[in-house]
Ligand binder design. Sequence first.
Ligand SMILES: [Zn+2]
Length: 272
Amino acid sequence: MPELPEVETLRRALLPLVENKRILGIRFFRKDLRFPIPQDQIKVQVINKKTQRIVRRAKYLLLQVETGSMLWHLGMSGRVIQKNTMDPDEPHTHAIFHFEPDTFLHYIDPRRFGCILWVPASEGHPLINHLGLEPLAPDTTARALKQNARGRKASIKSFLMDSRQLAGVGNIYACESLFKAGIGPKKPAGNLRLKDWEILLQSLRETLEKSIQAGGTTLRDFFNTDGKKGYYIIQLNVYGRENQPCPLCKTPISRIVQIGRSTFFCKSCQRI
Ligand SMILES: [Zn+2]
């Protein structure tokens, strides 16, 4: 499933292809993905308009034109591939977007859990309106996180994965950044000191950035043919390594279940 670093890698790869480029045409090949595609609305709003910016919120990409944004989500199995044709040439191609002068982006999603929607500038959209702070945004600070976590008895692990607090942090990145920061996953979020938040935010950013770097800088790098992408490439210290030795202290890695998800951690190294 595409995680935040993959979507950010895709955004960076798309930047030179779509920013300040006019959208010349769109073809849709389905009425719906996870949700109905508002085809007519999207065509009216974006065709012959310039994409001013492409921004990411959690795992959503927003291609902003003057009146709003076209929202893309890749679901479980979605990809966006650059091709030379306005015709679909592989199965599960659900939409094709033509950007000037000759960029054809094919949206392909075998399992169809993704979505293509229209977000009016004035209203936003329920999928993104309640998202919390972006971990990579410069204006997300340790102080703000500490403030938001004040009095919270829920664990720091569940806080990291709560999209109303932090947008788009998946299980792997929550586990790995808690390990890097030396913070126990069960610690109540409200008990972290400012210094702990500083270390944790830095660890989270480093973990995400490392994965983004591993994803490459072009669409071709990003969706390489062997299907390996994003987090498969970064070294995992604790995630998926139950009972294997901790890379720092050799203690066997522990696994517990928190809010229905596995948490992997080292009980010796993560003592804060
Ligand atoms: Zn350890």
